[in-house]
Write a protein that binds this ligand. Structure first.
Ligand code: SF4
Length: 430
């Protein structure tokens, strides 16, 4: 039995390393690096071990030379102030970090863009065009009797999905969670976790995922009782498609799950539109919901804060003094490629593996990030949920999890850095 007064193990830790934000981890803080001892997955173990160090000796740099944090803040403020259009990208941040960067972008007249916005804005377009009918992970856990995974296995990105939300021992409104029916639409997916605890194999519609629009069109046609002339759409006999349509009609609470990042970028809004058509049709006679999962690297922290502070989705420019939303024009990759920005500031406190774009002159990131090239200014930051407290929106938008501080470090948070640079902006003459 553990003596809580002396144990170095912290229980009920929320994990910030993917969109599921599992909050049942136990983390041993006693060693040089943080060790997940219960409730995690390989990604969580690696993340806490790699980033959960004290960062002794880490400091700010200008042109590769050690400087004080104050000097680095002043240099970033000077660059941002004199820029025609500063772009703040990356944005793998907790809620507070994102709030700080939004204030900085507003004061600097810049653009903010999350590293997954190229996919995210296409999902948002569906909400803008036709609206969403979606559910939460808690509803899946407690109600779903038929789960269709559309072009995703989920587990490649969020490995504990089935463990925590599908094959649970008990559910509030579904008497036998182990009897849930699992269907995969698409090939080359890891379908093993879809096998039920009593050994029932999932049903797999094995086809090239790039042909998902055809698959969803077939399903929508059958649900609408329209003729489908092809005897075997995508090489799968029509009787199987019809059986799936019938199963969806017969289900009490079906859920169509997708991860937009697993769709081809050009098909994201097309596929989600088609999923929503399925949901609309079925809700005339039964219950059916969509579940778009995401949220890794603070994706939802960024989009939520951006929406509540500006009234617009991500990719809004403050250059004119008022927020102007244009998700195509304000994409950071496009602004860089077209030479429309001279100052790219990469900010990422949650991800220490993704390289900033080569054009990033300022990098604000954990010191464990192994940079392929030295930026003009580097400012090391601590990580939310590891070194300091914070808040993290789960990938289904159903909950905001509190993040804990597990390991002391002398490094500032991204929110602190952003606030310091914003304060320095006032001291710089343009
Ligand atoms: S599934 Fe995701 S949130 Fe859960 S422990 Fe693994 S990395 Fe963390």
């Amino acid at each position: 039995m553990t003596n809580e007064a002396t144990s170095s193990v912290v229980a009920e830790v929320a994990c910030p390393f993917c969109g599921l934000a599992c909050d049942d981890l136990s983390v041993d803080t006693g060693g040089d690096a943080l060790a997940v001892v219960a409730g995690g997955c390989p990604k969580a173990q690696a993340g806490f071990a790699r980033m959960g160090v004290a960062h002794a000796g880490a400091g700010a740099r200008i042109a590769g030379k050690a400087v004080s944090f104050e000097e680095a803040y002043a240099e970033v403020a000077r660059r941002v102030k004199t820029s025609a259009l500063p772009v703040f990208s990356g944005m793998a941040l907790d809620v507070n970090g994102m709030r700080g960067v939004m204030d900085l972008a507003d004061a600097a007249g810049g653009v903010v863009d999350h590293l997954y916005s190229e996919i995210g804005w296409r999902s948002t377009r569906v909400v803008q065009d036709i609206g969403y009918v979606t559910t939460t992970l808690a509803e899946v856990k407690n109600r779903a009797d038929l789960i269709v995974l559309v072009g995703t296995d989920v587990v490649t990105k969020s490995s504990r999905f089935f463990e925590r939300y599908v094959w649970n021992d008990e559910a509030m409104f579904e008497p036998a969670p182990s009897a849930r029916r699992i269907v995969y639409l698409g090939g080359d997916l890891n379908t093993a976790p879809g096998r039920s605890p009593d050994g029932r194999e999932p049903e797999v519609f094995d086809f090239d995922c790039s042909r998902m629009p055809e698959a969803l069109s077939t399903l929508n046609a059958l649900l609408a009782k329209q003729p489908v002339r092809d005897a075997a759409p995508l090489g799968i006999e029509i009787a199987r498609w019809q059986a799936l349509a019938d199963a969806l009609r017969a289900a009490k609470y079906s859920v169509l799950v997708w991860m937009a990042g697993d769709f081809q970028p050009s098909q994201v809004d097309l596929n989600i539109n088609a999923i929503m058509a399925v949901v609309r049709t079925l809700n005339v006679s039964t219950r059916c919901n969509g579940l778009g999962l995401g949220g890794a690297d603070g994706e939802l922290n960024a989009s939520m804060v951006h929406a509540w502070q500006t009234g617009y989705p991500m990719r809004t420019s403050f250059a004119s003094g008022i927020p102007l939303y244009d998700p195509v024009h304000n994409g950071s990759a496009r602004l860089i490629a077209e030479g429309e920005t001279d100052t790219v500031v990469w900010v990422s406190a949650l991800n220490d593996t993704k390289q900033p774009p080569a054009e990033a002159c300022v990098v604000i990131a954990p010191p464990t990030l192994k940079l392929e090239r030295e930026p003009e200014v580097f400012i090391p930051v601590s990580t939310p949920g590891v070194h300091h407290v914070g808040h993290f929106f789960r990938g289904d938008k159903g909950a905001t999890l509190p993040l804990r501080a597990l390991r002391a470090t002398g490094l500032p948070s991204a929110a602190t850095v952003a606030a310091a640079i914003t304060a320095k902006l006032k001291e710089v003459s343009a």
